[in-house]
Each structure stands twice: as C-alpha cells, then as structure tokens.
Ligand binder design. Sequence first.
Ligand code: ADP
Ligand code: MG
Length: 687
Amino acid sequence: MRPEILNPLFAALTDLKGVGPQLAKPLARLGLERVVDILFHLPTGLVQRYPADRLDDAQVGQQIIVTLTAQDYRSGRSPRAPFGVEAFDSAGDHVRLVYFGRTAGLAKKLFPLGEPRQVSGRLDTYGEMRQIVHPDHVGEPGDPAIATSEAVYPLTEGLTNARLSQLVEIALERRPELAEWIDAPLLASRDWPAWREALTRAHASPHDAAARDRLAYDEIFASQVALMLIREGLRNRKGRAIVGDGRLTGALRLPFGLTGAQARVGREIAGDMAQDVPMLRMLQGDVGSGKTLVALRAMLAAVEAGTQAALLAPTEILARQHHATLQAMLAGLPVNIAILTGRDKGRGRESTLMGLADGSIDLLVGTHAIFQEAVRYRDLALVVVDEQHRFGVAQRLMLTDKAARPPHLLVMTATPIPRTLLLANHGEMDVSRLDEMPPGRTPVDTRVVSVDRLDEVVGGLERHLATGAQAYWVCPLVAESEASELAAAEGRAALLRERLGAARVGLVHGRMKGPDKDAVMARFQAGEIGVLVATTVIEVGVDVPAASLMIVEHAENFGLAQLHQLRGRVGRGTAKSVCLLLRSQNLSETARERLALMRETNDGFVIAEKDLELRGGGELLGLKQSGDADYGLATPEQLVRLLPVAHDDARLFVERDGGVEGPRGAAVRLCLYLFERDAAVPLLRSG
Ligand code: ADP
Ligand code: MG
C-alpha cells in the first residue's frame, strides 16, 4: 500500500477543481493523468519577455509585455473569421489583438473598451499593421507583473502553457515534505538540492542542471533499488537444484556441433541451475547466434531431472515457429512438447492444461497465455523467455511469485543492449553472451540508399525475385498513429503488387487477425510469396532462409538495435544477402552517422554502444522503441552518467544500510513509491 503522505500526489487530475473531461483529454494525450505526472512534466524551454513602455520600443517577433487600451472591436464577416480588438499604447500607437476560433466573447471580457490592460504576447505584423495573435497573458495594470521569464512546457492541442503552468502550481503546492533518501555524503558532494527544492527549480528553469540531475537521479536510484530488492528477495527464496543426467541432451541428433560459445554458455546455465538458488540469467546473442539450441539443452536438463520447462515467446507467430523447430529437433526423443497461446481454445486447450497439471507434458511453448491463472504446472523448474521486451520487472516478479519454489529464469535477447542500459533495466541479472556465430555465414552487405531512388530499388527487387530468392520490405514506422502506419504499408504493398504482380506480394500488419497473419507467413515460408511487406519488427521475427534481401523504408526512424535485428532476418541461408536502408532526403548529421554505422559493422554490441553515444541526451524515441528503457524523467545522457552512481548508492542501501528495514528504509520506500518501483518493496520484507 502506498504511504498516505503520497496520496495527494497520486490523485487523478480530474479531482482538481476546474479540470473537467474537456481538459483531461489533451492532458491524457501527454500521459498526464495524475498530479504526480504533472509534477514530473518538466519544462523544455523558457520565454523571455521584454517589458516595453510603448510599442515603438519593441521589435517585431519579440515577446513583449505592454500596457494597452481597447478602443474598438472588429468582427469578421463570418463567425469563423478572426475577431479583432483594436488597442492603443500610452503613446497612441495601434496594435490589433487577434483571436481565432469563435473566441469573441472571451476577447470582449478580457478587453473592456477604454480600460487599460497589461498584455503579453509576440509582436507581429500583418501587412503594415502591428498585431498580437492570442496574447498569452492579460491582466489589470495593477496586478502583479506578468513574469518576464516563463517556463515553456511540452503541449498538445487544447492545452495552453498558461493552463499547464497553473496545474504545475497546484501540483507543487501538493508536494509533501519528505525525508531525504539520497546518501548524505553523496548529496553533499554533488551539490544537489533537496527533492522539494529540486522540483521548484526544475519547473522554474529547464537550465537548472543540478535540480534536473537530482530528479533524474531519484528515478534511476529507485529503479536500481527495485532491481536489487528483487534479486535479494529471490536469492532468499529456495529454488530447486536441477542436474540433468544427459540422457536427453546426449540423444539430440544435430547436423552440427556446438559452437564454442554455445558450449561455454551452456556450462554457465547448467552451473546456475545446479544451485538451489533460482537462476536469474540473461542470454545475449545476435540474431542467428544459436540461442534456441542453448535454451533447448537447458530445458532438456529440466526434463531429465523429472521437472517441466516453459518457453515464452513474444508473439503467436514466434511461438508457433519455436514449437515447430523444437518438435523437429526432438523427433524420436521421449519428450512431450505442447503449445499454448491465446488462440488455443476448447478441447485442445483443456487437454494441454491437464497435461501440464499431471506432468505428462514436459515442455510448453507459448505466449503470455502460459502464465494465466488457469494454467497449473505439476512441477515447473525452468522458464525461458525469448525476446520479450515487455517482460518487465513486474512480470518477472509475478512469475516468481506464482510458484512455491521459484523456477530458474533464463531471458534471451538478440537486442544488443549497451552495458549501461543492461544495468539500468536488468541489473538484477547475470549475463551470458553468445559472442560467436555458427560457422559458414557471410555477413550481410548493407547499403544506404536515398528514397528518391525508389524506382531503381523496385527494379532491383524485381531482378532479385526473378532469381527465385525472396525479400522483406519493412515499412516506415510512423510516430503519429497505428492507422497511418498501416496506410503506408498498404500503399507500399499496392505499388509493389502493381509492379511485380499481385500474387508475389504479401502483407502482414499488426491489425490482422492471428490466423490471417499466420496464413500469409506460411505462404512466405513456403516460397509462394516473393516479397513480404510488414509494418513492425516483431512480425518478421521468423526464420526464412531463402529470404536474402531486406529493404527498410525510412530507416532513420528506427532504432539502430531494431535495424540490426531486421538485418538479422536475412543472411540465414547460404546465399549472399543484402540489406537496403532507404533514407529520406534530408537527414540530420546524427541520422547520417547512425546509418553509416550500420553499413560499417555487423557487430550488434558495437552498434548498441555507439548508438547510445550518438544519441546522447536528445532522442529518447529509439530507447523507448527498443524497449530498453523504462524511464520517464532521466534522459539517456543522464542515465549513462548517473547510473553508476545510483547503482553504488543502491548497493550501499541494500548491503550496508539494512535495506527497507534500515534507517534509510522509510525514505527510500517513499522514493520507490513515488517512482512506482514499489512492486519490489514487499519482496524484501518477506525475504
Ligand atoms: P537465434 O535464436 O540466436 O537468433 P537460432 O537459434 O534460431 O538463432 O539459430 C539460427 C540458426 O543457426 C538455426 O537454423 C540453427 O539451426 C543454426 N545453428 C544453431 N547452432 C548451430 C551450430 N552450432 N552450428 C551450425 N548451425 C547452428
Ligand atoms: Mg531466436
């Protein structure tokens, strides 16, 4: 339960006076639903206003404060035309105050004829005439002066800066006095303000680095503490020691031997599983590095020990593909493998549930459905999670909460996560790396091509298909909406159908029903479709060796890690593979460098580290997309810089200061609740 002292901050914004459904809508668009969201919605800029005695002192384009008196109103011919207030300064010079969108009533109220008003806004001209469009503040001359400097917030339609600033005031008033949770010597050495003061300062100025760092630090620290508490909590619970006898892994008939990396990682995993402390391990390995086999061997060890194992895939398609692959590898072995997804219903589902409960099913592959309430395992000892970004800390907790003895957990990812972010989001895990590719692969040839050469690209695609090879065409990631993303993909598919013939082009997108999607995928896998147009990364997460051309449109809109993963979809067969990154004509310097990096290296880890470096403090988009970060406040730059400090402090807190039961406990607990990393709190108590 959240400590009472924080309740005022977690009230819904609609509970505030004057915030109705009309205002709630734009606020929600910005992710602002509770008072605390406003508190952490920090300004991105500052307006400076120039107080002018008269209009002649000010320049066009300047933000000014000036005293004006309305002499007349000017209605447009139609009610939709802008409404004007003809106003004059102390020297009698004219300016028109312009109001759009049926706001005549408001304008008349603000400017009674003949009465002076203090006005702020941007001075513009319209032809020969001076005007101010929608003055941002209007007050009585005697009122406290309009601020000469004001913070500017990220806004959306239907929400003005003035309105948001008022909400910020309210949120700031609601801040409780909280005990300091940062380690005292650290706080002193950094010259950071206390939490309350940091908020005041961060809202007053986006340039207050100390205040902003303090707040970002709080968020990172809360995250680190949560991860450590989870680890501690789990480490304090007894798991089950699993030692396979090798009778199943030894019987696997494979056309190849293990790579050195697969063998090494296999030993690391076996070593963990042999302990009665639950394993918490992440397996990192580029696309195609052979993670599936590593997972299978670990799962077979569990079966050898008389227990069950489950493999969680991010999507239906991948679950089915894993199931088929594993089933083929297990042919002839006495292992019973089943699949369970949201789409399995009725009799089939019932019998799978029974098989899991009575232990006749050894291995289960599926989507998140495998952890639903109704699913009971006889003895689940190992859970493998494949490429599941949304499998966040909360899910990890839920998983381990369910079993009396928490199962061993292996999380696999092909997303090359830089070290810093690994610590940031998976700091509680041990890490294994598959840093060696199976032999016989030719690196993918990557080229960056301007989108104005689309015609040539389609021509090249046509020749490519003529050789009997296949291709992927990934459509631009459109930020605004899923609908426009879909429209873009449909448009592209239509164009390709026109050029290449309808039968050779398939389309998969997020709005399609599972079976329809699978049908298209199956036809692509069978080679009946030449080019597969897709909207999202996940949908193409499949293994089709004959696909040796990957085309990504608007490549600059993707995170590098995503591009790298997309590229990994080709180069799986023996044919030489090509990846074409189509870019827009106008690219920023950073975007250029990022794409060039893709051309220069095939090493996912190099790409990940460099990407973080290139993005610096700016663009959070890529981080969000790749699912690496769960941070609302800290920028990537702050994350990189402050994380090591937060990590050390979190460790001090847990190991030296007695954790949530120690003297700093109460304060840190508040911080955890404030940043909603509270799921970790109960864990340590029970530990
Ligand atoms: P990942 O899941 O890491 O992207 P996969 O497990 O799907 O990679 O493996 C990619 C391909 O490499 C598969 O076709 C698999 O059969 C093959 N493979 C795995 N291990 C080896 C190996 N040691 N030698 C040769 N091929 C391998
Ligand atoms: Mg895989």
